[in-house]
Structure formats: structure tokens, C-alpha cells
Ligand binder design. Structure first.
Ligand code: N01
Length: 497
């Protein structure tokens, strides 16, 4: 393809995953004049997390205006916070609008990546198919894509129906069924009100109560939508208002500060207003700092817990047995169905795909104590390989898409450099990466995530490889100021011949 570097490869760029990050990277590549790329998607449909998490009640707890690409605002959002179906439809529209279908290869499960130092290319292994060779690989497979089941003894002995929040069985009729829900995180608080509404007899097993803030969801009227459609400035204005509103929350939700108490006070007032029974209020009062685990944004969870067909159980589950769940004292509750809203496999290795870089080094080994990268998107020794949602790029207060877009822009700049300078190799310097991580880990010490609770943000050893300790605006600035000349080693094709 004219304009692309001289690449002895099947394609210039391989993008792994057709969710928000993969599709966003593809659109940005097209907009920058790169047409030679493929998107490898393990499923038969695009959408990533919004395809997989289609449980009843699945919706975004970040406002729609912030949960869409900044370069493609959607005037048609029906609610302040959109449901998963509407978000999935938005992704489909993006694919159609940008003609991305011709780039996507469905049912392509990537099983490994290996760098060929001489050629300066990545061999991308794919289950049951021929490998693809590419100059650059972009990991856009999402950090939360593999359902996680708890290591409760006897989990496989249960003979009733079971499902995970991220692998919902829509054929199951919950009406009048005895259902046990394990977990009370961001997914569970969306599922439970729907199951209660469906007439199931719901038992909620809570290990740790979370901080709950009201989610003020409103339908967006037809006239407001027409206004947004007609005057794009209003969409950007709404986006900016939400963005800076969320940035202000970081002062308490990210930094362990007096403002954390303000969030806790608001959440406690919400609890008092919504829950009458003192025993239940005590059970629902968290014993850790707000923000340490993800804040739960919901207005219908507490009412659902108090419905006649819902019971909150706070004793620890000792084991799962053939018919249900048992406590240490031998109390047994029987169920027709168990719902695991127990989160995801978050491997310390940061990505489930085995990756071999320069000199045969193995990323999983290097990340065995926790993942790290240079400014979250590149790792020394793994040239021409980039991460979206990479190490320490998680927000505790703002839209993940804002962070993802900032990474994508840096990635597209890197790919442009390789093309324009005909490089075989662009590899970040180890000292630059080390200096960045020392600073990140130092800043993490003062965050709510390191204030002493257990969450998927930390490894078992307490290492935080997931969250970015700062404002989203700081993250955007650090991605815009990546110095490819100072911090990266570049090898030109002419030099390597
Ligand atoms: O998973 P989680 P999630 N016995 O890991 C409990 C994103 N998200 O799917 O707190 C009993 O948060 C566990 O208890 P504890 C978002 O980034 C976004 O809900 O560890 N309970 C907890 O209650 C979020 O952070 C949206 O004590 C056990 C629950 O299971 C991430 O996905 C919506 C247990 C797991 O909570 C994950 O959220 C939904 C055991 N052995 C999710 N093991 C948006 O709207 C685990 N638990 C954008």
C-alpha cells in the first residue's frame, strides 16, 4: 500500500480485539492515513465488554456523553447513563460509519505473540489458523475479559443452574426461582434489582459492602436530542461539564484526603435516606475508605435489597454444595440458580496472551510481580508493541474511554513514526520506563487504593499495576508529551539491512 513503510509482513498493524479500544485505534489509524491493518477478534461479533456483559440491567455507570469517542459524539443517547444494548449499537455504528468490517477477522483467537528481531516484525499466532506477521501489534483485548469464579470449595458440585455476570444465560426464566447472587460489586448492584423485579426469590451474599452513590439517570427528551444533533457545540459542552465534574471527584476518590470523607458523608446520607432498618444499615456500611474499591453508582440497589423477595446474607460462604450454599456453622440455603457476580481474572501478567520479545524474553516472567510499562502503553524489550488499557491506566473517578483515547493517540503517533521514517524497530529505553514507574509507585502510596482494602486493583502482594494515580487531565497530558526521540530507540530499515 502506498505511503506505508517497506514491511515484509502480511500487514502493517495487527490490532487484537474489536471492542471500544480496538475499534477506536482502527478509526484513529484511518484518520491518520493508515489503511493497512487487521483487527483480530476472538468472538463472532464486535463489542468486547459490552457484548459480553449483557446481563439484565447492564448499563454504564459513567455518563453517556463521556462514554463515547470524543471524535464521534452521539446526539442520540436516550439516557444520561446508557444501557449496554445502546452502547453496543454505538460501536456497531462506528464500525459501519468507518467501513471497518473489511478489516475485522472474527473467530480469530490470538494465542501468542513473538518478536522477530532481525525482521522487526511480530508473529501473531492464532488458534487453528496460520499466523499473521505484522510490523506493529496493538493489544486491545481489555483487562477484564475473562470471567472470574471464586475459589470457594465445592463450586463444581452445585447441580442447579449457574451463570456468571459476564456470560449471561438469557434462556433462563428467573420468575419464581430461588436465586443466590454471590458478589456485591459494580456488576451485582445492576443485576440484583432486575432479578428482584423479575419476581425471583433473591438471596444476596455480601462479603464486603461497597460505598454507594446515587446514579441520577434521566431520559434525554427528543427536543434535547434534536438540539444536541443540530448544534455539536452543545455535545462538547455537556462532555466538558461531565469531564470536569468527574475530575473534581478525584480529589477524594483517588487521593486519600479530607475530601474522601466528603464522599463518605454523601454515601452515608444516601444509605440513611434509602435504608430504614438499622441492622441492614450497619451491614451495608463499608469499613474501608471510599474509592479504595470502585464506587458503586446506583439508585435502585438499596430499594431492591429491601424488597420482600430479597434477602441479604452477610455470613461468609464456607462451601458450595450440590443444592446450594453453606455457612461454617452448617446453615444451608438451597437454590435453583447461582449467579456469580464475582468479577474477572485479572492476571498479574496483565494480559492473558503469551508474549515473547527481544532476545526471547517472556513478558509474563518480567511481569510476574505485577505489570508495568512506560506511560502505560509500551514496554522496553517489546518493540512495536502497544497496550490500550495498559498497566496503571485505570481511572478511579472518570471515564475509562478518556484514558484509552489518550493511549490510542500515542500509539497512532508511534505507528506514524515507523511508517514515515521507515523504521523496523521502535523500543522504549529501560531507564525511561523505570523512572516513570518509580514515580507512579511513589504517587500510588497516597491513594485510596493503597489504603488497606482488598480489590482487583491490587495483586495478592499489594502491588498496584492497574490504576493511574492522578487526574484524567494529567494522564492525557503525559500521553501527549511522550518523547519518542529521547525515550525510545529507533532502528531504521536502512540501518538493519
Ligand atoms: O467485579 P468486582 P464486578 N465470596 O471484582 C465478591 C467494571 N464494571 O464485575 O469485595 C464472596 O468488582 C467480591 O467481594 P469482595 C468496573 O471496573 C464497570 O462487579 O472482594 N464474595 C465483590 O463483591 C469494576 O470495578 C461497570 O469482598 C466474593 C464481587 O464478588 C469491574 O468491572 C459495570 C468472593 C466482585 O466484584 C469489576 O466489577 C460493572 C468470594 N469468594 C463492572 N469472591 C460500568 O458501568 C469475590 N466476591 C462501567
Amino acid at each position: 500500500m502506498s505511503g506505508e513503510a517497506t514491511v515484509v509482513a502480511d500487514t502493517t498493524t495487527v490490532i487484537i480485539g474489536a471492542g471500544f479500544a480496538g475499534i477506536g485505534t482502527a478509526i484513529r489509524l484511518l484518520q491518520s492515513g493508515h489503511d493497512d491493518f487487521v483487527i483480530l477478534e476472538r468472538d463472532v461479533r464486535p463489542g468486547g465488554t459490552w457484548r459480553d456483559n449483557d446481563y439484565p440491567g447492564a448499563a454504564c455507570d459513567i455518563p453517556s456523553r463521556l462514554y463515547s469517542y470524543s471524535f464521534a459524539p452521539n446526539p442520540d443517547w436516550s439516557h444520561t447513563y446508557s444501557g449496554s444494548g445502546e452502547i453496543l449499537a454505538y460501536i456497531d455504528t462506528m464500525i459501519a460509519d468507518h467501513g471497518l468490517d473489511r478489516h475485522i477477522r472474527y473467530s480469530h483467537l490470538v494465542t501468542g505473540l513473538e518478536f522477530d528481531e532481525t525482521a522487526g516484525t511480530w508473529r501473531v499466532d492464532i488458534a487453528d489458523r496460520k499466523p499473521i506477521v505484522a510490523r506493529t501489534a496493538v493489544i486491545a483485548s481489555g483487562p477484564l475479559s475473562t470471567p472470574g469464579y471464586p475459589d470457594i470449595p465445592g463450586i463444581d458440585e452445585f447441580t442447579g443452574h449457574r451463570m456468571h455476570s459476564a456470560a449471561w444465560d438469557h434462556s433462563y426464566d428467573f420468575a419464581d426461582k430461588k436465586v443466590g447472587v454471590i458478589g456485591t460489586g459494580a456488576s451485582a448492584v445492576q443485576i440484583i434489582p432486575e432479578l428482584v423485579r423479575d419476581g425471583a426469590e433473591v438471596t444476596v451474599f455480601q462479603r464486603t459492602p461497597g460505598w454507594v452513590l446515587p446514579r441520577l439517570d434521566r431520559a434525554i427528551s427528543g427536543s434535547a436530542r434534536r438540539l444536541y444533533g443540530a448544534i455539536p457545540l452543545t455535545q462538547n459542552l455537556a462532555r466538558q461539564l461531565w469531564f470536569w465534574g468527574h475530575e473534581s471527584v478525584a480529589v477524594g476518590a483517588v487521593w486519600n484526603s479530607p475530601f474522601t470523607r466528603v464522599i463518605e458523608a454523601v454515601a452515608k446520607a444516601n444509605l440513611r435516606a434509602q435504608v430504614r432498618d438499622p441492622w441492614m444499615r450497619r451491614q451495608l456500611t463499608p469499613d474501608f475508605r471510599a474509592g479504595c474499591k470502585r464506587l458503586l453508582m446506583t439508585s435502585d440497589y438499596y430499594p431492591a435489597l429491601q424488597a420482600d423477595n430479597c434477602t441479604l446474607v452477610t455470613w461468609p460462604i464456607a462451601r458450595i454444595c450440590e443444592r446450594g450454599v453453606r455457612s461454617v456453622e452448617g446453615i444451608e440455603r438451597r437454590f435453583d440458580c447461582l449467579v456469580f457476580a464475582t468479577g474477572f481474572e485479572v492476571s498479574k501478567q496483565g494480559t492473558p496472551i503469551p508474549i515473547r520479545g527481544r532476545g526471547g524474553r517472556v513478558l509474563a516472567d518480567e511481569w510476574s510481580r505485577g505489570a508495568y510499562a512506560y506511560r502505560s502503553f509500551a514496554v522496553s524489550g517489546y518493540p512495536n508493541l502497544y497496550f490500550t488499557f495498559g498497566p496503571n491506566s485505570g481511572p478511579g473517578h472518570n471515564s475509562a474511554l478518556v484514558y484509552m483515547e489518550a493511549q490510542i493517540d500515542a500509539i497512532v503517533t508511534a505507528i506514524g513514526l515507523v511508517r514515515d521514517r521507515d523504521l523496523t524497530l521502535l523500543d522504549v529505553h529501560q531507564p525511561a520506563q523505570d523512572a516513570y514507574n518509580r514515580a507512579i509507585q511513589k504517587r500510588l502510596e497516597h491513594t485510596t487504593w493503597n489504603s488497606g482494602c482488598r480489590s482487583w486493583y491490587l495483586t495478592d502482594d499489594g502491588f498496584n499495576a492497574t490504576m493511574y494515580p492522578g487526574f484524567a487531565s494529567q494522564f492525557i497530558a503525559q500521553m501527549r508529551t511522550v518523547d519518542f526521540t529521547r525515550d525510545f530507540r529507533a532502528v531504521a530499515a536502512a540501518d538493519s539491512r
